[in-house]
Design a protein around this ligand. Structure first.
Ligand SMILES: Nc1ncnc2c1ncn2[C@@H]1O[C@H](COP(=O)(O)OP(=O)(O)O)[C@@H](O)[C@H]1O
Ligand SMILES: O=P(O)(O)O[C@H]1O[C@H](CO)[C@@H](O[C@H]2O[C@H](CO)[C@@H](O)[C@H](O)[C@H]2O)[C@H](O)[C@H]1O
Length: 465
């Protein structure tokens, strides 16, 4: 496949990749954001390279790379044709790393134009993070990179990398803005920019409005690479708060109800901002078929699911049956991966929803489809259950049940529709989510696998084991 190198400079283009490839092969699969875990990386191909700061006289060099990780077994059914995932990297080059940058080390280069130098994850470093903010602030165009903004940005904000576990990488600037740099990038409209922009146009106060964003044009296709948005100062995320309350034996249902209200506010604004649809027999049967396919793929990938497969199937069959009876559902754009960790509570008690990327493993077209809002509701209901099984003590099913009920009540107060009035769809969506979580945990956090498995056991019903 011909791949354009945005700006092929001697060191920063193919020369840089050739020098660092052996280091990346070792370093990238260890990163939390690396999506292809468990499959060998056989090599990298360069999609685009942009020099942001040249290596001059031993001073810092900075390169923006889009690289494709070649993993021949990525797609079992189309192994030979899968081009591999494309990742965004910001690579710093120095003579040596100061101790404060030790965690950022990628490795020491032994050959090629960078021989003798050290390459590192540049987001840990102040100057590279400043370069990106400055490009956003001035709406720069560098090589194939485009930086755009909706609002003014102050020039003197001090950056710090967010070190929390996440699927992408974020930098906070002076407690004023947070920039999320996407790691695995795909061509097309990214909902993590599209939806917050649509919500900002609607004046929805529950989602931080994008201040600026960064894109690339590669082979004529647009890639969203990063989004800058206001930083909610002093915020705690819903997951931390829920675990804290659980540890104290405290009820969380007032917050759960407020979260239900916030979710419904966002859904109502999305339904105003973007097209909605009515899903009839064919679409719902195809949704149920998709859920069944995911279950089968998950059972292949995670054998522990095996005994529950028949019971889980019944949730999807019930949905298909309801569709066959002529029942219809309303669909609209939704969050797509809603859970407690995507909800921030400001010190004044307001809830914000973040991270509209959807389930990262799903194709973009699927993530951008109109869907029943119950999918998001199911994600949150799963999250209360997750908290009740993860707090360290014995599982707290009554705590989860109270939160789940309060969340649905809050949702109904704002939207006028209680998700519990659609139990077949709710069970199917919760089951689908729990199966997704089983695969996610098996791949990323195997120690957590028992948490979604306990839900699978419950959702599959008593006859399945
Ligand atoms: N606007 C914001 N204000 C404050 N903190 C934020 C904001 N957006 C994100 N964060 C913090 O950054 C973390 C990662 O953001 P998120 O969008 O969920 O990234 P990822 O897709 O990598 O998981 C969140 O869990 C939250 O703690
Ligand atoms: O926040 P991300 O977009 O990275 O979402 C992924 O990672 C989440 C974990 O960080 C994962 O969420 C699962 O674990 C949460 C607790 O850590 C729990 O609150 C969620 O309910 C549960 O789904 C999410 O599924 C995954 O897409």
């Amino acid at each position: 496949m011909p791949e354009a190198v945005t700006r092929s400079v001697t060191v920063g283009g193919p020369g840089l990749l050739a020098s660092v490839e052996p280091l990346l092969r070792e370093w990238m699969p260890r990163q939390r954001w690396f999506a292809g875990k468990g499959r060998p990386v056989t090599g990298f191909s360069l999609v685009a390279a942009t020099e942001l700061l040249p290596v001059v006289d031993g001073k810092l060099g900075l390169y923006h790379l889009l690289v494709r990780a070649q993993q021949p077994s990525a797609n079992v059914s189309g192994a030979a044709s899968h081009p591999g995932d494309c990742y965004q990297l910001l690579i710093g080059v120095r003579e040596a790393l100061p101790p404060r940058l030790a965690p950022a080390l990628i490795g020491h280069v032994h050959e090629g134009p960078l021989a003798g130098r050290t390459v590192y994850e540049a987001l840990y470093d102040t100057r590279p993070a400043e370069v990106i903010l400055e490009a956003l602030r001035t709406q720069a165009r560098i090589g194939g990179l485009r930086f755009e903004r909706r609002e003014e940005i102050r020039p003197d904000l001090v950056p710090r990398l967010v070190t929390a576990e996440q699927s992408n990488s974020s930098v906070v600037y002076g407690d004023t803005f947070i920039l999320k740099l996407l790691r695995r990038v795909v061509p097309g409209v990214n909902p993590d920019l599209e939806l917050p922009l649509a919500l900002a146009r609607e004046g929805c106060p529950r989602v931080p409005p994008p201040t600026a964003w960064m894109t690339a044009q590669v082979d004529g296709e647009p890639y969203v690479l990063g989004v800058l948005q206001p930083f909610v100062q002093g915020a705690s995320d819903g997951w931390e708060l829920a675990l804290r309350e659980l540890a104290k034996g405290e009820d969380f249902s007032a917050e759960a109800r407020a979260l239900g209200r916030a979710t419904a506010e966002v859904h109502t604004a999305l339904a105003r901002a973007l097209p909605t649809a009515t899903l009839g027999h064919t679409q719902m049967q195809s949704m149920a078929a998709g859920m069944t396919e995911r279950l089968e793929a998950a059972a292949q990938a995670v054998p522990a699911l095996g005994p529950y497969v028949p019971g889980l199937h019944s949730a999807f069959e019930a949905l298909a049956d309801l569709a066959a009876e002529g029942h219809t559902w309303t669909a609209q754009r939704i969050h797509g991966d809603l859970h407690l960790g995507q909800c921030l509570r400001s010190p004044s008690g307001e809830w914000w929803l973040i991270d509209f990327e959807g389930e990262p493993a799903k194709p973009l077209a699927e993530r951008r489809m109109a869907q029943p809002v119950v999918r998001d509701v199911a994600g949150m209901l799963r999250s209360f259950d997750y908290a009740a099984h993860s707090a360290g003590g014995p599982p707290a099913p009554e705590w989860a049940a109270a939160c789940r009920a309060a969340y649905c009540t809050g949702y109904a107060e704002v939207s006028g529709v209680d998700p519990r009035t659609d139990p077949v769809l709710l069970r199917a969506c919760e089951t689908d989510k729990a199966i997704y979580e089983v695969v996610y945990e098996a791949r990323h956090r195997p120690d957590w696998l028992p948490v979604p498995l306990s839900a699978v056991r419950r959702l599959a019903g008593p006859d399945s084991v």
